[in-house]
Ligand binder design. Structure first.
Ligand code: A3D
Length: 318
């Protein structure tokens, strides 16, 4: 039987997710949005490309949770995106309210789904979503690390004139400004990045600039777009997670996952490498951090903790 993916939020990312899932023929798609027409219009528009693209899945738009019943995967982008000058954290109050409503909706209709959260501020919203919905922690995960890693790899490829597929790297920690680029695990054409720096092909200053550009990667796009934030690359990242779950690919992917003692952290969501397979987050991979990376990771965790405390002040039920 075909799998069912529900997209809560049919805005920029939601629409792109639906398009990508359709092009891959990955699953039937339900686009859900409080703006019913937006969900219906996008679903119909994408469906009308099926004879050209030759995909064979069903797409429908709705504003009724009943239609999302028994979804295998739910990807949440409901909320408001940033405007120029806004930080992700500025979105907290409004998106928290929206997520509470969404958590109730999915808990009632798809308690067995694998839920991927994209709404910002990511690490806090995914944690709130898990608490509000009560869904198992290994089934509720946040998308951020794949996107941040992808941005980092792309910038490195541009600078070094190397194809992206020949660069391996990933980032750890919270989404955005506090993410930690794992330089020890960064290889260009199989060479550790340290050797590339020693060879003079890339200076430490240039590398630091690339890391900073990655941390501020979202803001750079917000500034260009003026209205709204990035959506193509975030949607690609969300689909990679959904695909690994649906096809039991057991890919190792950096995601915001629940930590229960791993990395010395308890009861918090943070960006770490995990295995995603048919059971959801099947394993948190603990990699060895250098002292400096450990410090940065701790700083990142503290930022998440502080913001979650701010969320608790907004809603004491958290
Ligand atoms: P946008 O195009 O505004 O779409 C959001 C949609 O959510 C709109 O169509 C709204 O109508 C809908 N919505 C609002 N309230 C509800 C509700 N209660 N139930 C259902 N739908 C609702 O935004 P977007 O798609 O560009 O971005 C969505 C979210 O993703 C924002 O919070 C962004 O900040 C976030 N985002 C995260 C990343 C990460 O890497 C984590 C990257 C880019 C964007």
């Amino acid at each position: 039987m075909k799998k069912k993916i529900t997209l809560i939020g049919a805005g920029q990312i939601g629409g792109t997710l639906a398009h990508l899932i359709a092009l891959k023929g990955l699953a039937d798609v339900v686009l859900f949005d409080v703006a019913e027409g937006l969900a219906k219009g996008k679903a119909l528009d994408i469906a009308q490309s099926s004879p050209i693209e030759e995909f064979n899945i069903n797409l429908r738009g709705t504003n009724n949770y009943k239609d999302t019943e028994n979804s295998d995967v739910i990807i949440i982008t409901a909320g408001v995106p940033r405007k120029p000058g806004m930080s992700r954290d500025d979105l907290l109050g409004i998106n928290l309210k929206i997520i509470k409503e969404v958590a109730q909706g999915i808990k009632d209709t798809s308690p067995n789904a694998f839920v991927i959260c994209i709404t910002n501020p990511l690490d806090i919203i995914v944690m709130a979503l898990q608490k509000y919905s009560g869904l198992p922690k290994n089934k509720v995960v946040g998308m951020a690390g794949i996107l941040d890693s992808s941005r980092f790899i792309y910038f490195l490829s541009q600078k070094l004139n190397v194809e992206v597929r020949n660069i391996k790297s990933f980032v750890l920690g919270g989404h955005g400004d506090t993410m930690v680029a794992m330089l020890n695990y960064t290889k260009i054409n199989g060479e550790p990045i340290e050797n590339i720096i020693k060879s003079g092909k890339l200076s430490s200053e240039e590398l630091n600039k690339i890391i900073e550009r990655t941390q501020k990667g979202g803001a750079e796009i917000v500034k260009y777009l003026e209205k709204g934030s990035a959506f193509y690359a975030p949607a690609s990242a969300g689909v990679e997670m959904a695909e690994s779950y649906i096809k039991d690919l057991k890919k190792e992917l950096p995601c915001a996952a629940y930590l229960n003692g791993e990395y010395g952290v308890k009861d918090i969501y943070a960006g770490v490498p995990v295995i995603i397979g048919k059971n959801g987050v099947e394993k948190v991979i603990e990699i060895k951090l250098l002292q400096e990376e450990e410090k940065k990771f701790e700083k990142s965790i503290k930022a998440v903790q502080d913001l979650f405390n701010a969320a608790k002040k907004i809603d004491s039920s958290l």
